[in-house]
Design a binder for this molecule. Sequence first.
Ligand code: B3K
Ligand code: ZN
Length: 834
Amino acid sequence: TSPTLLRDYTPFSHLVDHVDLQFKLHPTATRVTARIKFRPNPVAPGQGFFLHGEQLKLIHATIDGTPVSPEISDTGLTCDVPDGPFTWEAEVEIAPETNTALEGLYMSNGMYCTQCEAEGFRKITYYPDRPDVMAPFDVTIECDLPVLLSNGNPVASGQWSDPWPKPAYLFALVAGDLVAVSGDFTTASGREVRLNIWVRRGDEGRCDYALDALKRSMRWDEEVYGREYDLDVFNIVAVDDFNMGAMENKGLNIFNSKYVLASPDTATDGDYANIEAIIAHEYFHNWTGNRITCRDWFQLCLKEGLTVFRDQQFSGDMRSQAVQRIEDVLTLRARQFREDNGPLAHPVRPEEYQEINNFYTATVYEKGAEVIGMLKRLVGDDGYKSALDLYFDRHDGDAATIEDWLNVFEDATGRDLGQFKRWYQQPGTPRLSVSETFNNGTYTLHFEQENPKAPHPQVIPIAVGLLSPNGDEVQPTDVLEMTETRQSFSFEGLASKPVPSLLRGFSAPVILQRNVTAADHAFLLTHDTDPFNRWEAGRALAKHGLTAMLVDGAAPDPLYLDGIATLVQDDTLDPAFRALTLGLPSQDDMAQSLFDAGVTPDPLSIYRARKMLLGAMAARLGEVIPDLRAALTPHGPYSPDAENAGKRALRNALLSLQTHLDTAPASQQFAAADNMTDQLAAFSALLQVGAGADVTAAFYDQWKGDRLVLDKWFALQTSLAPPEQAVEIARDLSDHADFNWKNPNRFRSVIGGFAMNAAGFHDPSGAGYDFVADWLIQLDGLNPQTAARMSTAFDTMARYDADRQALMRAALERIAAKPDLSRDMAEMVGRMLK
Ligand code: B3K
Ligand code: ZN
């Protein structure tokens, strides 16, 4: 099939004035009648009339009441239509029960639900299923289930009316035997909004946190962006079978149940933080995505990058900006840098695709958010605010583009963003190398940028501070704006050569390349006033040390051990921050760094070096751990707030180290824990040192009836299994009676968990690759979207030795050869084999 190209965009032949949908729900024979008012599009005259439609059985079609016989293909229909306005009516039959792709209308545990983004609506009825066609929808649902929901405001039982014109990808319908946990919210201008969280009976006790997060999101968007909610109800539904995290359908958000349901005994602090962020993200889409949507799917980052940026700001405001920033950068590097370094690299605004679902990527989302962070830094907070006000003002109701987005910044601030636009157009992570000179009190930084995947220099905001050798800050943060390939910046009047703190707050998504001694890292770890760079210095020191262990057989670096020992005991610092500084670079991070340094990474050696370093950290801290942990014990009942979660994070990071010396404290904590955070932390600590047998059995006995907790049980075992046994453990778990491979969450826990176990997945025999490839082949027949997404496990092929590369390639070729391979998987595997 030929790819879809950005440059081929043309508007649709018609405008849609109104859509009326009637559903008669039935598991195998649902009838959908669509009555659609079309009128010729004045800016696209004379084009043929084409409606998307896939896997639909057409029962009848009329235009203005007269039967018509459209020409039907696999992808849609064409039909002769009148020159002026007309009403199209079509009745189709579909089978939600056999829809295993979970796109369009499908069933989950006896409930009906939909997922239409990006192109699922065409599996519900014939329609111009493209985001630039917006219309108000009325919906009627007939079904004997008690709860019948759709977008907009309720009119009568099973009847909904959405006054806000929307593209079809925001359509949603739910029917089920559900119960609601409800609340109320009064908007700034006085609109009373009913909030409902709909869940399966029995889950009512786990909705309070999501409801509270929703209220806080609504208030925050009013206060920070001046954006109010615009309907009388806001419904959220939790669904067990869902391909992603959640979906922002207008007035009817549908969520993967793991991002709604939480109680202290079943959800970790991390789960609570994810729920807060995702509830906010989907809510924020009401303005950035729904009121202003995308002209075409190439503009996906317009709504996703911006909405991620907004949810990150929100989480930072709710918790700690410093900790939030570190966590966001960890995710960016783990997922986006990896993508940008491999065969799946693409610009934040891609220019071609075969299957758009393959482009809901870390680049579109996370790098898309970074690009907005850079814009904000360049134009300042006030400039950002006026640009956003103009954006909402000018484009409300539009299907907009990245050009529209950049234009509001240019118009609001007078800045020329011509070069900045390259961040949207060029793939690849720029490498920023730095050298320095110091002469007569003038300190000069010389930068050079190089992007291995793109030719033109990008605008790089470099936030810099300078410290004097005694640790005082002599130059507070200043943002240098680099636009050339090579550029120097000077600071005058300095008494002595300073120590620079570069890229503070991670002011640009680049890889900083600088020859820094371990002593300089250690200096910044102690003295930097920028919390991000302080953490970064510890990270760099750890990487430095691990690299020396791997390449030169060095012993763990005492400078690092001393540095973190001091830091971790510094109780003027936020425990959540201290917990983050105890985290070592991941397996994947080390593999990429070694590869960048010209060394072929061996996952097993990395595993052993990390373990040795953890052992050394445990030995260094061993004596102080018990007192430190005792001092961090939270008082009173469990609360998921940032302060308590931060204490638990540090307490449990220390437990994990302690377990390298003695397993008793973790066993005790496992047995005594009154919350999932502490129980799971003890469980993982024991698994990591190979002492998990008893607790694995005990955890299963305790939680076998709880689907979300059982997902954790599977995922921990596959992701933490020791290298030599990992394939076998994963295989056994895939034979387990509770392994339902058709449920995406369970599949991700077992197969995805294993794929993240680097040393296991990269087992030299190739058994790990084959295990994952076999499952991807099997899942591809059922759920192409989830299967294709997980194929990214193979995107690091080029880093490894010839034997591993050959084995990975063979596994990918085996997938490629599967008969009837989905378009999703064919595109992914094709890009990786290129
Ligand atoms: N917009 C959806 C993602 C849809 C993915 C379709 N494959 C969720 C989100 O980003 O909020
Ligand atoms: Zn989103």
